[in-house]
Design a protein around this ligand. Structure first.
Ligand code: NAP
Ligand code: ZN
Ligand code: ZN
Length: 350
């Protein structure tokens, strides 16, 4: 077994605290990675606080991981000691089902192995995530961080980046597309940057007046306060695709009304509570779609990282020491983050 030091949740309400634990012993196909940076995703908070159901504690969250390879198993040929690599939300899958065969491991028919809080396919023990000094990951689920990307700013690409990139590609966004983004947090700010880089006209819908100027700086062409009825009405019948990244229950009808014929509202936010849904006629009258999307597969994650390197895109981050994680969680609950917290893992002390 490999000793590790992490920041763990011990129950649904107490602060995260340092915890010494063990990883599985690295096997012939494994890559051992010294973690440098790990982003804080709202999914980490949903999980450790039990919003999505019971979990086994202690639990080390974190699935936006950038680090350096320190050792490789005998069968690993792609990586060498010192390589800068990333690990996202998926660390294993069945590898043979139709979804895995298509490189869509997030939709693995047997269920993917999440980076944390999932039974490890080898040991059966719960996986532990990236708020830690070291991780062991199968070669096939390790991503290359292209040169030129700031390693700390690249960490959030491993979840917030791919989760927004994948639906933008699925709905074939490009020049001439009109894309709405609801909620400017970790996912939302990446959606704006990526959609703008793909050539789309981007409209941000936010509840936060203090994010209006930032949204334009991130690449939005229009910014609408979703509480401003007149401004919302002015955008009616104008958007082809809306990515909804809101982390809490909300009314979907105002955004749905902004879609034009054949438009799609794609849910990315994973609120544990249901949303107020659009009426049947609002689907029928303009052949609209209400959809959802989960993460992105390993090949598409690499494609996204290469796209970000080509367009010089990283997340806007607040780099924090490990000791500030609990404050960061409280700020995340208040939508007070610009726009992703990233933990400097070098500051982690037992
Ligand atoms: P985040 O940084 O906290 O951003 C969420 C944003 O939603 C906030 O900044 C805020 O934006 C808006 N918001 C929050 N509460 C709201 C409310 N009650 N009503 C309206 N707007 C509200 O979170 P994140 O890390 O981007 O994650 C967002 C959600 O996506 C989470 O539920 C997370 O679990 C989920 N997620 C899903 C996937 C997937 O594969 N589908 C992957 C990763 C994360 P404004 O201030 O601009 O309004
Ligand atoms: Zn995430
Ligand atoms: Zn599979």
């Amino acid at each position: 077994m490999l000793p590790a030091l992490g920041l763990a949740a011990f129950d649904a309400t107490s602060p995260l605290a340092p915890w010494r634990f063990t990883r599985r012993a690295p096997g012939p196909r494994d890559v051992q990675i010294r973690i440098l940076f790990c982003g804080i995703c709202h999914s980490d908070l949903h999980t450790v606080r039990g919003h999505w159901g019971p979990v086994a504690y202690p639990l080390v969250p974190g699935h936006e991981i950038v680090g350096r390879v320190v050792a490789t198993g005998a069968d690993v040929t792609r990586w060498r000691e010192g390589d800068l690599v990333g690990v996202g939300c998926i660390v294993d899958s069945c590898r043979t089902c139709p979804s895995c065969a298509e490189g869509l491991e997030q939709y693995c028919e047997e269920g993917m192995t999440d980076t944390y809080a999932s039974p490890d396919r080898d040991t059966g023990l719960p996986t532990q995530g990236g708020y830690a000094d070291v991780i062991v990951v199968d070669d096939r689920f390790v991503l290359r961080i292209p040169p030129g990307l700031d390693p700390a700013g690249a960490a959030p690409l491993l979840c917030a980046g791919i989760t927004t990139y994948s639906p933008l590609r699925h709905w074939a966004v490009g020049p001439g597309s009109r894309v709405g983004v609801v909620g400017i947090g970790g996912l939302g700010h990446m959606a704006v940057k990526l959609a703008a880089a793909m050539g789309a006209h981007v409209v941000v819908l936010t509840t936060s007046p203090d994010k209006v100027a930032d949204a334009r700086r991130l690449g939005a062409h229009d910014v609408v306060l979703s509480t401003d009825r007149d401004a919302m009405t002015a955008q009616k019948n104008s958007l082809d695709l809306i990515l909804d990244t809101v982390s809490a229950s909300h009314d979907l009808r105002p955004a749905f009304a902004l879609l034009r014929r054949d438009g799609a509202l794609c849910l990315l936010g994973a609120s544990p509570e249901p949303h107020r849904a659009p009426s049947t006629s609002s689907f029928i009258m303009k052949r609209k779609t209400l959809a959802g999307s989960l993460l992105g597969g390993i090949p598409e994650t690499q494609e996204m990282l290469d796209f970000c390197a080509a367009h010089q895109i990283v997340a806007d981050i607040e780099l924090i020491p490990a000791s500030a994680v609990n404050d960061a969680y409280e700020r995340l609950v208040k939508s007070d983050v610009k726009y992703r917290f990233v933990i400097d893992i070098g500051t982690l002390q037992g």
